[in-house]
Design a protein around this ligand. Structure first.
Ligand SMILES: Nc1ncnc2c1ncn2[C@@H]1O[C@H](COP(=O)(O)OP(=O)(O)O)[C@@H](O)[C@H]1O
Ligand SMILES: [Mg+2]
Length: 607
């Protein structure tokens, strides 16, 4: 038995900080990045620049500094200043109003384009993930529990589509704004460098500490949250048992206890935000103070006017909120980007299709017209790294015959059917159907030549008709004819809605035998040349059993029918019997021969 720890793969969990490489991969996977990136960058830059420019123009307008050292070295600034100070109030109002309007429009536009671009990108990533997932090799489902799969398509996708674009857009525009402010302050008051460098260093240190702790607290919160959900759902499902044993209070106590742990972690989360805000505030106050002192000094020596001093101060006062946003966004984006990483990981799942498939288009139209199956030296396992189950198997299933397969449990009978559907890994060998090796042709073609009646037949929720004809290819008459052949038509006639009768989840409102008969009707409709059937071992009443046997005999007369037999009757009516053991063919021949050799030991092979 394979060790389950290695069979179910561990979910990869990102640890430590998210690398720059992931951001690059995220942006690279966006559609039209080359066109949109420059547009978005230009718009964000203009909008952020315009906001500072607005303050600057106001400072020019109110400035009453007339000394020569107040004159800017750019004549356009001097001209604007002269115009502003000589214009009448109406002109000024219209000018500032227009300026604001344009800035708002650009800001809205850049936001819309950026968010739209990123959300659309998330959708494209999602579609690629769905595409990759729908082609994934079947054993992937064994390796990954369904909860894990569902989370990628729900929680992770929601983060990628709704949350990450917002944080990203925030982060991007505040970052640009920060750079612009720093440059302006440096140009206007180069002395500020002595304040900018220590403050910048301090900001960097604070956010580094914050990011690391916030990330760990978030992980911790998530871990503490899971038991609450588990206990809650367990209590809901088992409430009768809990009440019957009088354990209600105990469960409530337990829930209170784990909720308190979770609440503590949540409290810690808000505490750490306080910690951050306090330090950011102090740093930014220090920055504002130093800039103010520098500005006052410049005003007293007549280098800048009062207006410009105000301009510098108003820029720096807004700095702490910018820094807060940036730090917060930086730490949030890190935890959210894990979702992107998980989606990108699912974009490139191992496909079940082969790369060098040989197209069937030009070969033959009516293939397969006989239904002969020759298996040559087939060596196969569930996954490349798992033990070999089909071990150098050689067997020929003659066209149009009925062959019963027997063998001890674990002999590889069901696995052989999976091999026909190419759901497992082939180390070597061929499966030749009417002259064509189906391990080399496109998967859809290979699968379409078989119809299967599984041991545990599966029906989908929906109408009966939908279950028999999912592609709406057949008329009602054809469907009724198929139902008649498996002798189910009378029963279906008696159901409310007949063909539109609603099937319960997993076909719960039909017995196993009836479900097998429905699968047979599906097989008749499919027109497949080769029928695979795994006889039901679950309780099937005698009457249904007889119906199944008759259907096999009558309906599939000119088809190759391969039955994994669990009943002596099935074998007696077969043309040939194949005995499998350890993935090898042990015996093959007419039933009497094979069965008589087994003698008393036959029953252990009918499992
Ligand atoms: N999904 C699976 N993944 C890995 N190994 C499997 C899987 N299903 C079956 N096996 C292994 O394949 C072997 C043959 O199983 P199977 O073909 O179901 O036997 P049977 O002849 O009883 O139908 C068994 O040893 C079993 O452990
Ligand atoms: Mg089986």
């Amino acid at each position: 038995m394979e060790n389950t720890n290695t069979f179910i793969s561990k979910e990869k969990r990102q640890e430590g900080s998210i690398g720059f490489e992931l951001f690059a991969r995220y942006l690279n996977s966006m559609q039209g990045i080359k066109i949109f990136a420059p547009i978005i960058f230009t718009l964000v830059f203009i909008a952020s620049f315009a906001e500072s420019a607005f303050r600057y123009i106001v400072s020019l307008w109110v400035d009453n500094c007339t000394t020569i050292s107040c004159q800017s070295s750019y004549s356009i600034i001097n001209q604007t200043k002269t115009w502003l100070q000589n214009a009448n109030p109406n002109e000024i109002t219209i000018f500032f109003f227009g300026f604001c309007l344009v800035t708002i429009i650009i800001r809205a536009l850049d936001w819309l384009i950026l968010i739209g671009f990123l959300s659309n990108g998330a959708r494209v990533l999602h579609d690629q993930m769905v595409e990759s997932f729908s082609n994934v090799r079947v054993t992937f489902m064994d390796e990954n529990p369904s909860g894990r799969l569902i989370r990628r398509f729900s929680g992770d996708y929601i983060q990628a589509k709704d949350e990450i674009p917002n944080i990203f857009a925030d982060m991007f525009s505040t970052f640009i704004e920060l750079i612009i402010i720093t440059i302006i302050v440096l140009i206007q008051a180069p002395f500020a460098i002595f304040s900018i460098i220590p403050c910048g260093f301090f900001y960097y240190k604070i956010q580094k500490i914050f990011k690391a702790s916030s990330r760990e607290i978030q992980r911790y919160t998530k871990i503490l949250e899971t038991p609450i959900w588990s206990l809650f759902s367990e209590s809901v499902v088992g409430y009768q048992t809990i009440r019957a044993y009088g354990k209600t209070n105990e469960f409530i106590q337990q829930l209170v206890l784990i909720s308190q742990d979770f609440a503590k972690a949540t409290l810690l989360q808000s505490r750490i935000l306080r910690w951050l805000n306090l330090r950011l505030k102090v740093t930014s106050e220090f920055f504002t103070l130093t800039i103010t002192i520098i500005a006052i000094y410049f005003v007293t020596i007549g280098k800048i006017g009062v207006g410009q001093a105000g301009f510098l101060m108003s820029l720096t006062i807004g700095l702490d909120s910018i820094m807060q946003w940036l730090t917060r966004s930086l730490s949030m984006i890190e935890s959210k980007m894990v979702s992107i990483e998980r989606i990108i990981e699912y974009k490139n799942l191992p496909s079940e299709h082969k790369i060098n498939e040989i197209s069937l288009k030009n070969t033959t139209k009516n293939w397969p017209n006989q239904g002969e199956v020759i298996i040559k030296n087939l060596v196969s396992s569930y996954r490349e790294d798992l033990p070999i189950i089909i071990n150098n198997l050689n067997i020929t299933f003659q066209a149009g015959k009925k062959i019963g397969i027997i063998g001890r449990t674990g002999a590889g009978k069901s696995t052989l059917f999976q091999a026909f559907y190419r759901m497992i890994y082939f180390h070597s060998g061929e499966i030749i159907v009417d002259g064509i090796d189906i391990t080399k042709i496109p998967l859809e073609d290979a699968r379409s030549i078989f119809a299967i009646v599984p041991q545990e037949p599966h029906l989908f929720s929906g109408t009966l008709k939908y279950n028999l004809d999912r592609t709406h290819k057949f008329t009602d008459d054809q469907i009724w004819k198929a139902l008649k052949e498996v002798q189910l038509s009378q029963y279906i006639e008696s159901l409310p809605g007949k063909l539109n009768y609603e099937i319960a989840e997993k076909g719960g409102n039909f017995s196993v035998g009836q479900r097998q008969l429905l699968c047979m009707a599906r097989a008749i409709l499919s027109n497949a040349k080769i029928i695979l059937m795994d006889e039901a071992t679950a309780s099937v009443d005698l009457e249904t059993e007889n119906l199944i046997q008759e259907a096999i005999k009558k309906v599939f007369t000119n088809k190759t029918t391969i039955v994994i037999a669990h009943r002596l009757d099935t074998l007696k009516s077969a043309d040939y019997v194949a005995l499998l053991g350890n993935g090898k063919l042990l015996d093959y021949g007419v039933p009497d021969n094979v069965l008589s050799k087994l003698g008393e030991g036959l029953h252990s092979h009918l499992t």
